[in-house]
Design a protein around this ligand. Structure first.
Ligand code: ZN
Ligand code: FE
Length: 256
């Protein structure tokens, strides 16, 4: 484990910004840049100086703040190689297999396409923390805008291989709606029922439901549970392939 500090805060309507700070070097990275003002306010509140921005994908609600943050702080912006043409202001591009570090901490880049074709996730390995953008949400997964359902399934399989204790930060607060949908797929999952109540309580108190952990997602997120016998029975897909069960769940969520 490391001494990195994490600070989560809301942006726009339902996005999250998150700062990662290394006290030893004084460096701070913003994961995505939904809008500059709340990120600058968060930096100010913590007394941190922005050195980097790590971008997960090209959508405006993850990139719109880049220009103002660079002008204000001179930060260096890292983003996905496959979306370099679609993101203004990148100083460095990365893809899976490329070396990336932040203040001496290794950051593993994972290609997690599906929501967009070039979407990447950032795994701060020694802090057991991953930023998964709009690929995986608490009890949900991103809409498949540019890729295919099998591509999104592969990306989630990759995230599922991370250590179970990994803390996961995602791009949006969608958890209440995700929990309601998850219960339609797996009504008898006791852990899911309990979590849905907890999430309702947190949201009523104005609290975030992010971050989550991979362990709790594996127990409650229908998009990571396509192998469940109960879910397959519920969908009348007992003998279907894993990817077909996943696709059916994704299609149902699209219509929910
Ligand atoms: Zn997005
Ligand atoms: Fe988004």
């Amino acid at each position: 484990m490391t001494d990195l500090d994490f600070f989560l805060f809301p942006c726009l309507k339902d996005n999250y910004g998150c700062l990662v700070h290394d006290p030893k070097s004084g460096q701070t990275v913003s994961i995505d840049a939904p809008e500059a003002a709340p990120i600058l306010a968060a930096l100010n509140e913590k007394g941190w100086t922005l050195s980097h921005v790590f971008i997960t994908h090209h959508h405006a609600d993850h990139t719109a703040g880049i220009g103002a943050l660079k002008a204000e702080t001179g930060c260096k912006v890292v983003g996905p190689t496959a979306e370099a043409q679609r993101i203004e202001g990148l100083d460095k591009t990365v893809a899976e297999g490329d070396a990336l570090s932040f203040a001496g901490h290794d950051v593993v880049v994972l290609d997690t396409p599906g929501h967009t074709l070039g979407h990447i996730s950032y795994w701060f390995k020694d802090a057991a923390t991953a930023f998964v953008g709009d690929t995986l949400f608490a009890m949900g997964c991103g809409r498949v805008f540019e890729g295919t359902n099998p591509m999104m399934w592969q990306s989630l399989q990759k995230l599922k291989q991370l250590p179970a204790e990994t803390t996961l930060y995602c791009g949006h607060e969608y958890t209440l709606a995700n929990a309601a949908f998850a219960l339609t797929i797996e009504p008898n999952n006791q852990v899911l029922q309990d979590r849905a109540l907890e999430v309702k309580r947190l949201r009523e108190a104005g609290q975030p439901t992010v971050p989550t952990t991979l362990a709790i997602e594996i127990e409650t997120n229908p998009f990571l549970r396509e192998t469940s016998t109960d879910i397959r029975k519920q969908l009348a897909m007992t003998y279907a392939s894993d990817v077909d069960v996943f696709s059916e769940i994704r299609e149902r969520k699209n219509k929910a």
